[in-house]
Design a protein around this ligand. Structure first.
Ligand code: HEC
Ligand code: HEC
Length: 260
């Protein structure tokens, strides 16, 4: 599997950019956009990521793609809403982001104009995001920790970057930024429905036997009887994990197992 496809799966692009129910004749496996994504600020219709020049990313430059993925700036220069988890993708290496772009460019182009976002007061909110980025946007690329194994470092970079696990598993401050003092400690679901469990002390709390048990859970979920991996958006994440190379899931599990 090429790096771009691997990271596209780790990042769950298709989970949000899938075609909507009204997109007749479009292959549901393509990220042609349009399926409604409900969030506390309104309903989004994530756009078409196939290389169609008119309605997709066909005439985007690599730089425009990187600006969207890592700075939350759209092609027209507007601020993008963090419902698109660029706050996590910002931690990825630039080469990896370009690899995702190359993978997207290799998909068949599909014409599919998506509906405008249904976000009340959109222009005001978008300007607010510009200010919010100044206080809350940590865009540092994840640096390896020399005291840890290569696989631990790989796991951390997948969790904090493409995997965007923080977006749900780390609670937010009053400014809606991730509260890193409670890193991956769980809390209210950001989409407003129920709670997200903590990913700290998974072994100490007896949820899993060891790192390999966490790995099997991420790869198989309910199929092997692991509960707590199916609702609140986690089901899609688990499906994405099942598509990753074995070594990537092992690395994520090793990293999670180390969080006390
Ligand atoms: C959790 C849902 C979610 C995930 C996962 C996600 N996106 Fe998005 N994406 C969105 C939403 C919502 C928008 C629209 C944001 C806005 O209008 O402010 C968006 C916008 C974009 C844009 C900007 C398009 C434009 O016209 O300005 C690009 C490019 C993009 N996403 C690419 C990706 C890629 C590539 C991935 C995977 C690496 C990805 N997205 C993963 C929800 C998501
Ligand atoms: C869209 C929000 C969301 C994202 C993103 C997300 N999770 Fe989750 N996660 C949840 C929810 C909600 C649950 C609880 C699901 C349930 O009880 O059915 C959960 C449960 C889990 C569990 C089980 C915890 C336990 O106590 O057994 C693990 C492990 C986990 N997530 C790992 C991850 C990893 C690794 C990532 C990033 C690759 C991630 N999650 C990204 C929402 C999310």
């Amino acid at each position: 599997m090429r790096n771009g496809e691997r990271l596209y799966n780790a990042a769950g692009c298709h989970s949000c950019h899938l075609p909507g129910p009204d997109a007749a004749g479009i292959d549901g496996a393509l990220p042609a956009g349009g399926a409604p994504l409900k969030t506390p600020v309104g309903t989004f219709y994530p756009p078409n990521l196939t290389p169609d020049p008119e309605t997709g990313l066909g005439n985007w430059t690599d730089l425009e793609f990187v600006n969207a993925m890592q700075r939350g700036i759209g092609k027209s220069g507007r601020h993008l809403m963090p419902a698109f988890p660029y706050t996590s993708y910002a931690h990825m290496k630039r080469e990896d982001v370009i690899d995702i772009r190359a993978y997207l460019a290799s998909l068949p182009p599909v014409k599919n104009a998506t509906r405008p976002q249904e976000v009340p007061l959109q222009p005001v909110v978008r300007r607010g995001i510009g200010l919010w980025k100044l206080i809350g946007f940590d865009s540092a690329i994840t640096q390896p920790d020399a005291g840890q194994t290569d696989s631990w470092n790989l796991g951390r970079s997948l969790v904090d970057g493409p995997g965007h696990c923080n977006e749900c598993h780390t609670p937010r401050t009053a400014f809606m930024t991730s509260d890193m003092s409670r890193y991956l400690a769980g809390g209210p679901h950001p989409e407003g429905d129920g709670k997200v469990p903590s990913l700290r002390g998974l072994i100490e709390r007896g949820r899993y036997k060891d790192a390999n048990d966490i790995k099997l859970a991420l790869q198989n979920g309910e199929l092997l009887g692991y509960d707590k991996l199916s609702s609140g958006g986690m089901g899609k994440v688990q499906t994405n994990m099942s598509k990753l190379p074995d070594a990537d899931v092992a690395a994520i599990a090793e990293y999670l197992a180390s969080l006390k």
